[in-house]
Design a protein around this ligand. Structure first.
Ligand code: ATP
Length: 237
């Protein structure tokens, strides 16, 4: 079943067109990844889906509903939750408070314990640091907290913008393993990544974004084997 569908979506920043006529789909249960160079429009696409940035053309449908003009907080209620690029946790709040904020849009806020348990199982490091203030945590820990907070919304679709950015190699492996586990537990994932090798090997399907347009798509395996992708994104000449 198609969970998310972008048809002919355009996004502008003033007169700059960052995304031009972009069409992608994400099926329920998939991990789909968007890869592309700096400035290709990956983050802008994520912002358009979460509603942070309005679209200037096209339509976005979620679970069959046209959400193109729906407010961002109502998209969270529908089941779309984003872990933004650059982490964006609340630096003055503790781990527990940050996670609690992630659940703000839920109607069933009385019973969050299973969700806290799920996050602490995925990220034991966060369990050890429940009362630590977010801003004092390491980059990798803040990244985990941002993903954990997004999961507290109990999303059907989790948007992850550059989860491996700035992480030490051992954390990168770990984050991708955790993303696969989150998906295995039933959450659909749309992932934006510079680390194309890891992202493509974890994804069911992938799209290549160049200057605001999709130039290629296929299964993760197909794109990993594609010569031009190897040259452009995988550092293999
Ligand atoms: P990166 O991997 O470097 O974050 P990206 O693929 O996520 O790149 P975007 O951040 O979506 O790319 O940017 C797409 C284009 O839109 C770029 O040309 C960028 O300069 C422009 N852009 C992004 N944000 C703004 C903004 N707030 N105002 C003006 N232009 C912007």
């Amino acid at each position: 079943m198609t969970l998310l569908e972008l048809s002919d979506v355009s996004v502008h920043y003033g007169r700059i067109q960052a995304v031009s006529g972009l069409s992608i789909t994400v099926d329920e249960g998939e991990i789909v990844t968007l890869i592309g160079a700096n400035g290709a429009g990956k983050s802008t696409t994520m912002r358009a889906i979460s509603g942070i940035r309005p679209i200037s053309g096209g339509t976005i449908r979620f679970d069959g509903e046209d959400i193109s003009r729906l407010r961002g907080d109502l998209r969270v209620v529908r089941g779309i939750s984003q872990s933004p690029e650059g982490r964006g946790i609340f630096p003055g709040m503790t781990v527990l408070e940050n996670l609690d904020m992630g659940a703000y849009a839920r109607k069933d806020r009385k019973n969050l314990q299973p969700d806290f348990d799920r996050v602490f199982e995925l990220f034991p490091r966060l369990a050890e640091r429940k009362t630590q203030v977010g801003g004092t945590m390491s980059g990798g820990e803040q990244q985990m907290l941002a993903i954990g907070r997004a999961l507290m919304a109990k999303p059907r679709l989790l948007l992850l913008d550059e989860p491996s950015m700035g992480l030490a190699p051992q954390f990168i492996q770990q984050i991708f393993r955790i993303i696969t586990e989150i998906n295995r537990q039933g959450t659909t994932v749309l992932l934006v990544e510079q680390n194309a090798q890891q992202a493509l090997s974890r994804a069911h399907r992938a799209y290549v974004l160049e200057t605001g347009q999709i130039t290629k798509s296929g299964t993760g395996k197909e794109l990993l084997a594609d010569t031009s992708i190897k040259e452009a994104y995988l550092g293999v000449g």
